[in-house]
Design a protein around this ligand. Structure first.
Ligand code: PMP
Length: 406
Protein backbone atom coordinates (compact mmCIF):
# COMPACT_ATOMS: atom_id res chain seq x y z
CA UNK A 1 0.00 0.00 0.00
CA UNK A 2 1.00 3.55 -0.55
CA UNK A 3 2.16 5.22 2.64
CA UNK A 4 2.74 8.91 2.24
CA UNK A 5 4.92 8.99 5.34
CA UNK A 6 7.45 6.72 3.59
CA UNK A 7 8.24 9.27 0.93
CA UNK A 8 11.73 10.59 1.58
CA UNK A 9 12.62 14.22 1.01
CA UNK A 10 14.06 14.88 -2.44
CA UNK A 11 17.35 16.73 -2.70
CA UNK A 12 17.02 20.41 -3.47
CA UNK A 13 17.50 21.36 -7.13
CA UNK A 14 21.13 22.56 -7.10
CA UNK A 15 20.49 25.57 -9.34
CA UNK A 16 17.47 26.79 -7.45
CA UNK A 17 19.35 26.25 -4.16
CA UNK A 18 22.11 28.45 -5.51
CA UNK A 19 19.62 31.18 -6.41
CA UNK A 20 18.23 31.08 -2.90
CA UNK A 21 21.68 31.40 -1.32
CA UNK A 22 22.35 34.40 -3.56
CA UNK A 23 19.07 36.10 -2.63
CA UNK A 24 19.78 35.65 1.07
CA UNK A 25 23.32 37.05 0.89
CA UNK A 26 23.13 40.63 2.27
CA UNK A 27 26.43 41.76 0.68
CA UNK A 28 26.14 44.66 -1.75
CA UNK A 29 29.07 43.22 -3.72
CA UNK A 30 27.31 39.95 -4.54
CA UNK A 31 27.41 38.67 -8.12
CA UNK A 32 24.93 36.14 -9.55
CA UNK A 33 26.54 33.98 -12.24
CA UNK A 34 24.27 30.99 -11.63
CA UNK A 35 21.01 31.11 -13.46
CA UNK A 36 20.89 30.86 -17.24
CA UNK A 37 18.80 33.92 -17.94
CA UNK A 38 19.91 37.05 -19.78
CA UNK A 39 20.57 40.18 -17.75
CA UNK A 40 21.23 43.67 -19.09
CA UNK A 41 24.22 45.77 -18.10
CA UNK A 42 22.41 46.74 -14.88
CA UNK A 43 21.97 43.07 -13.93
CA UNK A 44 18.23 43.34 -14.62
CA UNK A 45 15.99 41.06 -16.68
CA UNK A 46 15.54 42.51 -20.19
CA UNK A 47 12.23 42.65 -22.01
CA UNK A 48 13.22 42.62 -25.68
CA UNK A 49 11.88 45.82 -27.31
CA UNK A 50 10.37 43.69 -30.09
CA UNK A 51 8.57 41.55 -27.53
CA UNK A 52 7.18 44.67 -25.86
CA UNK A 53 5.90 45.85 -29.25
CA UNK A 54 4.26 42.51 -30.09
CA UNK A 55 2.84 42.30 -26.58
CA UNK A 56 1.21 45.74 -26.90
CA UNK A 57 -0.33 44.81 -30.25
CA UNK A 58 -1.75 41.56 -28.83
CA UNK A 59 -3.09 43.43 -25.83
CA UNK A 60 -5.05 45.77 -28.05
CA UNK A 61 -6.34 43.12 -30.45
CA UNK A 62 -10.10 42.76 -29.81
CA UNK A 63 -10.29 39.53 -31.85
CA UNK A 64 -8.29 37.56 -29.24
CA UNK A 65 -9.85 35.65 -26.36
CA UNK A 66 -8.91 33.00 -23.80
CA UNK A 67 -10.21 29.93 -25.60
CA UNK A 68 -8.10 26.75 -25.76
CA UNK A 69 -5.51 26.41 -28.48
CA UNK A 70 -5.66 23.15 -30.47
CA UNK A 71 -3.73 20.12 -29.18
CA UNK A 72 -0.76 20.90 -31.39
CA UNK A 73 -0.79 24.58 -30.44
CA UNK A 74 -1.00 27.80 -32.42
CA UNK A 75 -0.55 26.83 -36.09
CA UNK A 76 0.94 30.18 -37.13
CA UNK A 77 3.51 29.73 -34.39
CA UNK A 78 4.48 26.11 -35.11
CA UNK A 79 4.80 26.68 -38.86
CA UNK A 80 7.03 29.72 -38.28
CA UNK A 81 9.07 27.87 -35.63
CA UNK A 82 9.59 25.06 -38.11
CA UNK A 83 10.85 27.43 -40.83
CA UNK A 84 13.12 29.13 -38.35
CA UNK A 85 14.89 25.96 -37.36
CA UNK A 86 15.17 23.96 -40.61
CA UNK A 87 15.00 26.92 -43.06
CA UNK A 88 11.95 28.03 -45.08
CA UNK A 89 13.28 26.27 -48.20
CA UNK A 90 14.03 22.98 -46.41
CA UNK A 91 13.27 19.79 -48.35
CA UNK A 92 11.60 18.48 -45.17
CA UNK A 93 8.94 21.21 -45.43
CA UNK A 94 8.60 20.94 -49.21
CA UNK A 95 8.11 17.18 -48.99
CA UNK A 96 5.72 17.45 -46.01
CA UNK A 97 7.83 15.22 -43.80
CA UNK A 98 8.20 17.45 -40.77
CA UNK A 99 5.54 17.78 -38.09
CA UNK A 100 5.59 20.26 -35.23
CA UNK A 101 3.75 20.63 -31.95
CA UNK A 102 3.85 23.56 -29.58
CA UNK A 103 5.22 22.51 -26.19
CA UNK A 104 5.85 23.75 -22.66
CA UNK A 105 9.06 25.50 -23.71
CA UNK A 106 12.20 23.47 -24.40
CA UNK A 107 11.76 21.27 -21.35
CA UNK A 108 8.33 20.16 -22.56
CA UNK A 109 9.72 19.50 -26.03
CA UNK A 110 12.56 17.35 -24.66
CA UNK A 111 10.02 15.49 -22.57
CA UNK A 112 7.59 14.92 -25.46
CA UNK A 113 10.42 13.59 -27.62
CA UNK A 114 11.63 11.31 -24.83
CA UNK A 115 8.12 10.03 -24.18
CA UNK A 116 7.56 9.38 -27.87
CA UNK A 117 10.81 7.41 -28.21
CA UNK A 118 10.14 5.49 -25.05
CA UNK A 119 6.76 4.45 -26.37
CA UNK A 120 7.50 3.81 -30.03
CA UNK A 121 11.15 2.78 -30.26
CA UNK A 122 11.07 -1.02 -30.45
CA UNK A 123 14.15 -1.51 -28.24
CA UNK A 124 13.63 0.98 -25.39
CA UNK A 125 16.97 2.44 -26.37
CA UNK A 126 19.56 4.13 -24.24
CA UNK A 127 19.82 7.82 -24.92
CA UNK A 128 23.39 9.05 -25.22
CA UNK A 129 23.99 12.37 -23.49
CA UNK A 130 27.12 14.49 -23.70
CA UNK A 131 29.28 14.41 -20.59
CA UNK A 132 28.52 16.88 -19.12
CA UNK A 133 25.08 18.01 -20.18
CA UNK A 134 22.16 20.11 -18.96
CA UNK A 135 21.32 18.35 -15.69
CA UNK A 136 17.60 18.20 -16.44
CA UNK A 137 18.18 15.94 -19.46
CA UNK A 138 18.95 13.06 -17.11
CA UNK A 139 15.81 13.49 -15.04
CA UNK A 140 13.53 13.99 -18.04
CA UNK A 141 14.70 10.92 -19.92
CA UNK A 142 14.83 8.77 -16.78
CA UNK A 143 11.27 9.78 -15.95
CA UNK A 144 9.99 8.45 -19.28
CA UNK A 145 11.80 5.14 -18.79
CA UNK A 146 14.77 5.56 -21.11
CA UNK A 147 18.17 4.28 -20.05
CA UNK A 148 21.00 6.79 -19.98
CA UNK A 149 24.41 6.47 -21.57
CA UNK A 150 26.98 9.14 -22.22
CA UNK A 151 29.65 10.20 -24.65
CA UNK A 152 32.78 12.22 -23.79
CA UNK A 153 32.41 15.86 -24.74
CA UNK A 154 34.55 18.24 -22.73
CA UNK A 155 38.30 18.03 -22.43
CA UNK A 156 39.48 19.53 -19.11
CA UNK A 157 42.98 19.94 -20.54
CA UNK A 158 42.05 22.03 -23.57
CA UNK A 159 38.74 23.29 -22.11
CA UNK A 160 37.44 22.55 -25.59
CA UNK A 161 35.79 19.63 -27.34
CA UNK A 162 37.03 16.07 -26.74
CA UNK A 163 36.32 15.33 -30.37
CA UNK A 164 38.18 12.01 -30.59
CA UNK A 165 36.52 10.74 -27.43
CA UNK A 166 33.12 11.75 -28.73
CA UNK A 167 33.59 10.08 -32.12
CA UNK A 168 34.92 6.88 -30.56
CA UNK A 169 31.90 6.66 -28.26
CA UNK A 170 29.51 7.20 -31.18
CA UNK A 171 31.33 4.47 -33.07
CA UNK A 172 31.09 2.08 -30.12
CA UNK A 173 27.40 2.75 -29.38
CA UNK A 174 25.00 -0.02 -30.50
CA UNK A 175 23.60 0.51 -34.00
CA UNK A 176 20.55 2.75 -34.03
CA UNK A 177 21.28 4.50 -30.72
CA UNK A 178 19.54 7.76 -29.87
CA UNK A 179 22.11 10.55 -29.53
CA UNK A 180 21.21 13.82 -27.88
CA UNK A 181 23.06 16.75 -29.48
CA UNK A 182 23.06 20.39 -28.40
CA UNK A 183 22.50 22.32 -31.64
CA UNK A 184 24.56 25.31 -30.49
CA UNK A 185 25.88 26.99 -27.33
CA UNK A 186 26.30 23.73 -25.44
CA UNK A 187 25.07 23.88 -21.85
CA UNK A 188 27.05 23.82 -19.54
CA UNK A 189 30.36 24.07 -21.42
CA UNK A 190 29.83 26.69 -24.14
CA UNK A 191 31.86 24.40 -26.41
CA UNK A 192 30.45 23.58 -29.86
CA UNK A 193 31.82 21.38 -32.65
CA UNK A 194 33.05 23.25 -35.74
CA UNK A 195 31.11 22.77 -38.98
CA UNK A 196 33.77 20.37 -40.17
CA UNK A 197 33.47 18.36 -36.94
CA UNK A 198 29.67 18.29 -37.29
CA UNK A 199 30.15 16.76 -40.74
CA UNK A 200 32.30 14.02 -39.27
CA UNK A 201 29.78 13.44 -36.46
CA UNK A 202 27.01 13.12 -39.07
CA UNK A 203 29.10 10.70 -41.07
CA UNK A 204 29.71 8.40 -38.08
CA UNK A 205 26.06 8.62 -37.07
CA UNK A 206 24.96 7.71 -40.57
CA UNK A 207 27.34 4.76 -40.66
CA UNK A 208 25.90 3.42 -37.39
CA UNK A 209 22.30 4.36 -38.14
CA UNK A 210 22.06 6.51 -35.00
CA UNK A 211 19.06 8.75 -34.41
CA UNK A 212 19.87 12.44 -33.72
CA UNK A 213 17.80 14.17 -31.05
CA UNK A 214 18.66 17.88 -31.23
CA UNK A 215 18.10 20.21 -28.32
CA UNK A 216 18.16 23.86 -29.40
CA UNK A 217 17.70 26.42 -26.66
CA UNK A 218 19.95 29.24 -27.91
CA UNK A 219 19.29 29.85 -31.62
CA UNK A 220 20.30 33.43 -32.45
CA UNK A 221 21.31 34.01 -28.87
CA UNK A 222 24.66 32.29 -29.32
CA UNK A 223 26.23 34.01 -32.34
CA UNK A 224 23.57 36.65 -33.02
CA UNK A 225 22.90 34.87 -36.33
CA UNK A 226 19.82 32.61 -36.51
CA UNK A 227 21.04 30.73 -39.57
CA UNK A 228 24.51 30.06 -38.22
CA UNK A 229 23.11 28.79 -34.91
CA UNK A 230 20.87 26.29 -36.72
CA UNK A 231 23.56 25.11 -39.14
CA UNK A 232 24.04 21.67 -37.61
CA UNK A 233 20.33 20.80 -37.66
CA UNK A 234 19.96 22.00 -41.25
CA UNK A 235 23.01 19.99 -42.28
CA UNK A 236 21.64 16.77 -40.72
CA UNK A 237 18.26 17.34 -42.43
CA UNK A 238 20.04 17.90 -45.76
CA UNK A 239 21.89 14.64 -45.23
CA UNK A 240 18.55 12.84 -45.11
CA UNK A 241 18.53 11.88 -41.42
CA UNK A 242 15.37 11.02 -39.57
CA UNK A 243 15.61 13.19 -36.47
CA UNK A 244 13.79 15.25 -33.90
CA UNK A 245 14.28 18.73 -32.48
CA UNK A 246 13.33 20.23 -29.12
CA UNK A 247 13.19 24.00 -29.57
CA UNK A 248 13.01 26.61 -26.83
CA UNK A 249 12.12 30.28 -27.24
CA UNK A 250 12.92 31.10 -23.61
CA UNK A 251 16.32 32.70 -24.21
CA UNK A 252 16.11 34.11 -27.72
CA UNK A 253 12.81 35.91 -27.01
CA UNK A 254 13.32 36.37 -23.28
CA UNK A 255 10.01 34.54 -22.81
CA UNK A 256 11.30 32.32 -19.98
CA UNK A 257 8.17 32.17 -17.85
CA UNK A 258 5.76 32.06 -20.76
CA UNK A 259 6.90 28.51 -21.61
CA UNK A 260 7.13 28.87 -25.39
CA UNK A 261 8.64 26.04 -27.43
CA UNK A 262 8.10 23.43 -30.09
CA UNK A 263 8.87 19.81 -30.86
CA UNK A 264 9.61 18.83 -34.45
CA UNK A 265 9.90 15.37 -35.97
CA UNK A 266 11.56 15.09 -39.38
CA UNK A 267 11.04 11.83 -41.27
CA UNK A 268 13.69 10.55 -43.66
CA UNK A 269 13.06 11.26 -47.36
CA UNK A 270 11.25 8.55 -49.33
CA UNK A 271 8.05 7.80 -51.18
CA UNK A 272 5.94 7.28 -48.04
CA UNK A 273 7.65 9.91 -45.91
CA UNK A 274 4.70 12.29 -45.69
CA UNK A 275 2.30 9.48 -44.69
CA UNK A 276 4.74 8.18 -42.07
CA UNK A 277 5.17 11.70 -40.75
CA UNK A 278 1.42 12.27 -40.49
CA UNK A 279 1.15 9.04 -38.48
CA UNK A 280 3.83 10.28 -36.12
CA UNK A 281 2.03 13.63 -35.78
CA UNK A 282 -1.16 11.81 -34.84
CA UNK A 283 0.61 9.80 -32.13
CA UNK A 284 2.37 12.88 -30.76
CA UNK A 285 -1.02 14.59 -30.53
CA UNK A 286 -2.37 11.74 -28.39
CA UNK A 287 0.62 11.94 -26.04
CA UNK A 288 0.25 15.70 -25.83
CA UNK A 289 -3.48 15.41 -25.12
CA UNK A 290 -2.92 13.09 -22.19
CA UNK A 291 -0.19 15.24 -20.67
CA UNK A 292 -1.15 18.89 -21.14
CA UNK A 293 -4.29 18.77 -23.29
CA UNK A 294 -3.13 21.85 -25.16
CA UNK A 295 -0.29 24.33 -24.72
CA UNK A 296 -0.41 27.88 -23.28
CA UNK A 297 -1.33 30.65 -25.71
CA UNK A 298 0.34 33.81 -24.55
CA UNK A 299 4.03 33.34 -25.37
CA UNK A 300 3.23 31.60 -28.65
CA UNK A 301 1.13 34.58 -29.74
CA UNK A 302 4.03 36.92 -29.08
CA UNK A 303 6.60 34.73 -30.86
CA UNK A 304 4.21 34.12 -33.75
CA UNK A 305 3.59 37.82 -34.25
CA UNK A 306 7.33 38.52 -34.46
CA UNK A 307 8.21 35.48 -36.58
CA UNK A 308 5.48 36.19 -39.15
CA UNK A 309 6.01 39.94 -39.57
CA UNK A 310 9.13 40.90 -41.60
CA UNK A 311 9.60 44.27 -39.87
CA UNK A 312 9.27 42.78 -36.38
CA UNK A 313 11.50 39.88 -37.40
CA UNK A 314 14.23 42.34 -38.44
CA UNK A 315 13.89 44.11 -35.11
CA UNK A 316 14.16 40.78 -33.32
CA UNK A 317 17.43 40.05 -35.12
CA UNK A 318 18.66 43.42 -33.87
CA UNK A 319 17.65 42.50 -30.28
CA UNK A 320 19.44 39.15 -30.63
CA UNK A 321 22.60 40.97 -31.68
CA UNK A 322 22.25 43.24 -28.64
CA UNK A 323 22.16 40.24 -26.28
CA UNK A 324 24.82 38.13 -27.98
CA UNK A 325 27.01 41.21 -28.54
CA UNK A 326 26.94 42.19 -24.87
CA UNK A 327 27.85 38.65 -23.86
CA UNK A 328 30.72 38.51 -26.34
CA UNK A 329 31.98 41.84 -24.97
CA UNK A 330 31.96 40.42 -21.44
CA UNK A 331 33.91 37.38 -22.66
CA UNK A 332 36.57 39.58 -24.23
CA UNK A 333 36.60 41.88 -21.20
CA UNK A 334 37.07 39.05 -18.72
CA UNK A 335 39.85 37.39 -20.69
CA UNK A 336 41.69 40.70 -21.16
CA UNK A 337 41.50 41.49 -17.46
CA UNK A 338 42.84 38.08 -16.42
CA UNK A 339 45.70 38.37 -18.89
CA UNK A 340 46.47 41.89 -17.71
CA UNK A 341 46.68 40.66 -14.12
CA UNK A 342 48.89 37.74 -15.12
CA UNK A 343 46.40 35.35 -13.54
CA UNK A 344 48.01 31.87 -13.79
CA UNK A 345 46.58 29.68 -16.55
CA UNK A 346 45.37 30.07 -20.10
CA UNK A 347 42.11 31.98 -20.50
CA UNK A 348 41.54 31.63 -24.25
CA UNK A 349 38.55 29.37 -23.62
CA UNK A 350 36.59 32.31 -22.19
CA UNK A 351 36.37 33.80 -25.68
CA UNK A 352 36.38 30.58 -27.73
CA UNK A 353 33.35 29.23 -25.84
CA UNK A 354 30.00 30.57 -26.98
CA UNK A 355 26.52 31.38 -25.68
CA UNK A 356 25.13 31.88 -22.21
CA UNK A 357 27.72 29.83 -20.34
CA UNK A 358 31.41 29.46 -19.86
CA UNK A 359 33.07 26.47 -18.26
CA UNK A 360 35.84 28.35 -16.49
CA UNK A 361 37.87 25.39 -15.31
CA UNK A 362 37.64 26.63 -11.70
CA UNK A 363 37.42 23.69 -9.30
CA UNK A 364 34.86 23.14 -6.57
CA UNK A 365 37.13 24.47 -3.83
CA UNK A 366 37.74 27.67 -5.77
CA UNK A 367 34.02 28.00 -6.49
CA UNK A 368 33.28 27.69 -2.78
CA UNK A 369 35.88 30.30 -1.85
CA UNK A 370 34.41 32.64 -4.45
CA UNK A 371 31.06 32.16 -2.77
CA UNK A 372 32.13 32.52 0.88
CA UNK A 373 34.80 35.18 0.53
CA UNK A 374 33.74 37.12 -2.57
CA UNK A 375 29.94 36.65 -2.63
CA UNK A 376 30.19 35.38 -6.22
CA UNK A 377 27.67 32.63 -7.00
CA UNK A 378 28.23 29.99 -9.69
CA UNK A 379 27.52 26.27 -10.00
CA UNK A 380 29.97 23.86 -8.39
CA UNK A 381 31.25 22.64 -11.76
CA UNK A 382 32.77 26.07 -12.41
CA UNK A 383 30.13 27.15 -14.92
CA UNK A 384 29.38 30.85 -15.08
CA UNK A 385 26.44 32.51 -16.75
CA UNK A 386 28.12 35.20 -18.84
CA UNK A 387 24.97 37.31 -18.74
CA UNK A 388 25.53 37.91 -15.02
CA UNK A 389 28.65 39.95 -15.82
CA UNK A 390 28.43 43.64 -16.62
CA UNK A 391 30.62 46.73 -16.69
CA UNK A 392 29.90 47.31 -12.99
CA UNK A 393 31.08 43.93 -11.68
CA UNK A 394 33.57 42.60 -14.23
CA UNK A 395 36.63 44.18 -12.55
CA UNK A 396 35.54 42.79 -9.19
CA UNK A 397 34.96 39.33 -10.67
CA UNK A 398 38.35 39.29 -12.42
CA UNK A 399 39.99 40.27 -9.12
CA UNK A 400 38.07 37.48 -7.34
CA UNK A 401 39.15 34.84 -9.87
CA UNK A 402 42.73 36.06 -9.73
CA UNK A 403 42.74 35.72 -5.96
CA UNK A 404 41.35 32.15 -5.84
CA UNK A 405 43.55 30.88 -8.67
CA UNK A 406 46.84 32.08 -7.19
N1 PMP B 1 17.88 22.51 -23.13
C1 PMP B 1 18.96 23.16 -22.72
C2 PMP B 1 20.30 22.64 -23.15
C3 PMP B 1 18.85 24.29 -21.93
O1 PMP B 1 19.96 24.93 -21.54
C4 PMP B 1 17.57 24.74 -21.56
C5 PMP B 1 17.42 25.95 -20.70
N2 PMP B 1 18.18 25.95 -19.54
C6 PMP B 1 16.46 24.02 -22.02
C7 PMP B 1 16.65 22.93 -22.81
C8 PMP B 1 15.03 24.35 -21.77
O2 PMP B 1 14.64 25.47 -21.15
P1 PMP B 1 13.14 25.93 -21.16
O3 PMP B 1 12.29 24.80 -20.74
O4 PMP B 1 13.13 27.07 -20.22
O5 PMP B 1 12.85 26.34 -22.57
Amino acid sequence: VFTAANVAAAPEDPLFGLMKAYREDPSDKKVDLGIGAYRDNNAKPWILPVVKKADDAIHNDPSLNHEYLSIGGLADFTSAAQKLIVGADSPAIREKRICSLQTISGTGAVHLGGLFLSKFHPQKPSIYLSNPTWANHKQIFTNVGLKLADYPYFSPTTKGLDFDGMLQALQAAPTGSVILLHACAHNPTGVDPTQDQWKQIASVMREHNHFPFFDTAYQGFASGDLVRDSWAIRYFVEQGFELCVAQSFAKNFGLYGERTGAFHFVSAPGADASVANANIASQLAILQRSEISNPPAYGARIASKVLNDPALFAQWEEDLRTMSGRIQEMRRGLRERLIAKGTPGNWDHITSQIGMFSFTGLNEKQVMTLRSKWHVYMTKNGRISMAGLNTNNIDYFAEAIDSVVR
